[in-house]
Design a protein around this ligand. Structure first.
Ligand code: URA
Length: 431
């Protein structure tokens, strides 16, 4: 088999066979194929797409390129959640303890942040002592003892995805529905869970900018999951402004704990986290339908059980549980700089991408993958689209390490005279 022929076939719009896809994926993962040939095929896939059979074959080949996590010894339906990435998205931190508190084993592997979006593993790193890189045995032990396990990828999971993602990143081939599907679903299938709730982001701050594209991506991932016997459902959610008030690692831990204490109940972050948790309960078989699941979720927040699971999980994994009740034990910034509203009016847009970049420049995120993070810095966002503001009122507070901060882009938060139409956070559902 020759890579040249595969590239030519895809360039002309043909469908690759499972054998051809396996040849490519194995060769790329093992370093046997030149990067330029993989890059050319990736670009051809971006333009020509892949049909369902090809996408399935690509997912399987990537899943089988490395280790798989075996959770079969743990009783119950193990549920996982994946979000396609956003700014200020700390739903994982909220829903893990909630789902576990409802008796459903919640097993999640998370990533580190790169560029304008944060990563759950970095947020956890703000809790003093907490181990965020678990071996497979430690991961299973955490799941057994606390009902909840969340770690950076363990072992050598999907090395083919690591290789191909790095190539996609530098060849403008990330935004392809079959490539995103295979990249995400291969890792989820290798992660060993039986059920998965997907949060597919849609909007300027997300990979998928339009509802049509987000729906197509959600369908594609649900199809692949179902073809492998997974219980799976996707929500399509809005990603224009950041989720919640916090951007930055320690700040996001604080906000997640506040939600677990029942605060900000009317906000999008709480609504979205509780809804995703409820969907996980339904897939996990712990509730007959969504209203029953939502009632259970509300109950474990109200009675403090979810927060207690979070404390237990932190202690179990070497972290300081007192930091969840006393935020002064978390990393702190040293300078607090308020950005005032330039005029009175209504907030129309809060640009999540630009805020994510600003947080990265403050030190909360990585420009390059080896950059060191400052876990205490970030941004507190005081306004949401639709809010009325007066001139001079703070729009955000920058939590910085020194008095010098990056310049504030003028149109980052737009304020106009007329009130805007505010769209809801939930845009669609696919199952
Ligand atoms: N996240 C992934 O893991 N892979 C993609 O291709 C896009 C987002």
């Amino acid at each position: 088999m020759r890579m040249y022929d595969l590239i030519y076939k895809k360039k002309m719009g043909g469908a690759l066979t499972p054998e051809q896809i396996a040849f490519w994926v194995e060769g790329a993962a093992q370093g046997r194929l030149p990067d330029e040939q993989s890059a050319a095929l990736l670009m051809a896939i971006c333009w020509r797409g892949m049909d369902t059979e090809e996408t399935l074959a690509l997912t399987l080949a990537m899943r089988d390129s490395g280790d798989r996590v075996d959770l079969s010894g743990i009783p119950g339906v193990k549920v996982d959640k994946h979000s396609t990435g956003g700014v200020g998205d700390k739903t994982t931190l909220v829903l893990g303890p909630i789902v576990a508190a409802c008796g459903v084993p919640c097993a999640m592997f998370s990533g580190r942040g790169l560029g304008h979006t944060g990563g759950t593993v970095d947020k956890y790193a703000a809790i003093p002592g907490l181990r965020v890189e678990l071996s497979q045995d430690q991961f299973r032990e955490s799941l057994r003892r606390t009902g909840f396990a969340n770690s950076a990828q363990t072992g050598d999971i999907c090395p083919a995805d690591r290789k191909l993602y790095a190539l996609r990143d530098v060849t403008a081939t990330v935004e392809s529905i079959p490539l995103i599907t295979a990249s995400i679903m291969s890792k989820k299938l290798a992660g060993g869970s039986d059920a998965l709730v997907l949060d597919v982001k849609c909007g300027d701050g997300a990979f998928m900018k339009t509802l049509d594209d987000a729906t197509a991506l959600a369908r594609s991932m649900v199809q692949v999951g179902q073809a492998h016997g997974m219980r799976i459902k996707a929500l399509i959610t809005r990603m224009e402004e950041p989720l919640g008030w916090a951007i930055g690692n320690a700040l996001e831990i604080m906000e997640a704990v506040e939600i677990l204490k029942g605060m900000h109940g009317e906000g999008d972050l709480a609504r979205m986290s509780l809804r995703l948790a409820a969907e996980m309960l339904v897939l996990g078989g712990a509730a007959p339908d969504l209203p029953a699941a939502e009632a259970r979720v509300a109950e474990v927040v109200r009675n403090g059980r979810a927060l207690q699971v979070f404390r237990d999980w932190v202690r179990e994994n070497g972290g300081d549980p007192l930091a969840l009740d006393d935020f002064t034990r978390l990393p702190q910034a040293s300078h607090f700089i308020k950005v005032p509203a330039p005029r009175s009016g209504f907030v129309h847009t809060v640009d999540s991408r630009a805020l994510g970049i600003l947080a990265m420049e403050l030190g909360a995120g990585r420009r390059n993958k080896d950059d060191q993070l400052d876990l205490g810095v970030g941004i507190r966002v005081h306004v949401r689209p639709g809010d009325r503001v007066e001139q001079g009122q703070p729009l955000v507070t920058l939590h910085a390490r020194g008095p010098a901060v990056p310049p504030w882009p003028e149109d980052l938060i737009q304020v106009f005279d007329q009130a805007p139409e505010v769209t809801p956070w939930l845009l669609g559902e696919i199952s």
